[in-house]
Design a protein around this ligand. Structure first.
Ligand SMILES: NC(=O)c1ccc[n+]([C@@H]2O[C@H](COP(=O)([O-])OP(=O)(O)OC[C@H]3O[C@@H](n4cnc5c(N)ncnc54)[C@H](OP(=O)(O)O)[C@@H]3O)[C@@H](O)[C@H]2O)c1
Length: 273
């Protein structure tokens, strides 16, 4: 059995994919800058070694699949992977991002068996990522209008679909539009977290400029702030306010609901402060 390389294998989706593949007895290798051998998107010289003996790759770009240069890097990586004998590539992308479309095309033209997992905003941004601190502080400021709705997706669903695509031929050539089962405004999502956590947390809609200045005040590096504000400028206009059928189509079951995510995350104590 060949090895599956899981890029970003310590991140929100990658970690879950590694766990699931290990449970299935699939040999895995994690691709991040701190692994041995390292894999670093910013240094193409690190790409060949982790591909040794690899038949399938879960491709997740860092920091964001839509940033300038991402599509070129994914194209070069996919070409290298195919040249070294990789047959299957499964790419995590984002909904509504022009840059993400270019990354998807790079994968589709690689000659590999491809699957695209096109993701909504992950629920786990609230407990495993940049929304955790604001949740703990009791106020989430974000540049989404009060009536803008998002179909938050659970990272467990993304991992289930990615693992299916990595291990089952039926998903070759499929593009899965991955959303949760419900549209929620940011205020509703924060209210569900507050209810599950049992303490007051409020949502504060702010301008993009105000959001950027809050991030800078909180010592977020300037280039990361620019990346976030570029992405949010593009996608927070209602274009993603519709439900996709990716989970149902890939797995034959509905996606997990945000309320289940909130209840389970609260039970871990992560939002207790
Ligand atoms: N978060 C969302 O809501 C969302 C929605 C749609 C699409 N996406 C896409 O998902 C991808 C991952 O984003 P995420 O925010 O969810 O992050 P994440 O996967 O939770 O974490 C980032 C992962 O990338 C690794 N990494 C860091 N620097 C790297 C580098 N220079 N080269 C290679 N790997 C590196 C990290 O390793 P260490 O643990 O060693 O730092 C970690 O495993 C992005 O392409 C994004 O566009 C995210």
């Amino acid at each position: 059995m060949t090895t599956t390389l899981v890029l970003g294998g310590t991140g929100k989706t990658g970690r879950r994919i590694v766990e699931r593949l290990q449970t299935k007895g699939v040999p895995i290798r994690i691709g991040t800058p701190s692994e041995e051998p390292p894999f670093d998107w910013t240094d193409a010289a690190t790409w060949p070694a982790p591909l040794d003996g690899v038949g399938s790759v879960y491709v997740t770009y860092y920091p964001d699949v839509a940033v300038p240069g991402a599509a070129e890097a994914i194209e070069a990586f996919a070409d290298l992977a195919v040249a070294r004998g990789v047959r299957r590539l499964v790419l995590l992308t984002g909904r509504g991002e022009k840059g993400a479309l270019a990354s998807e095309q790079a994968l589709q033209q690689s000659g590999a068996d491809w699957t695209i997992v096109r993701s909504a905003f992950m629920a786990q941004n609230f407990n495993e990522s940049f929304f955790l601190e604001p949740i703990l502080a009791g106020e989430v400021a974000f540049p989404a209008d009060p009536d803008l709705a998002e179909p938050f997706i659970d990272a467990d669903d993304l991992a289930d679909v990615a693992v299916a695509a990595l291990t089952d031929d039926r998903h070759v050539g499929q593009l899965y539009e991955m959303t949760g089962p419900r549209l929620l405004t940011w205020a509703q999502a924060v209210a569900e977290i507050a209810a599950a956590a049992g303490r007051p947390i409020r949502y504060l809609p702010v301008s993009l400029e105000k959001y950027a200045s809050l991030l800078i005040e909180n010592q977020v590096p300037a280039d990361y702030v620019k990346m976030l504000t570029d992405v949010f400028t593009e996608v927070l206009d209602g274009r993603n306010a519709w439900l996709g059928d990716g989970v149902q189509r890939a797995l034959g079951r509905p996606p997990r609901d945000f309320a289940d995510f909130a209840r389970e995350a609260a039970a871990t104590g992560i939002w207790d402060g």
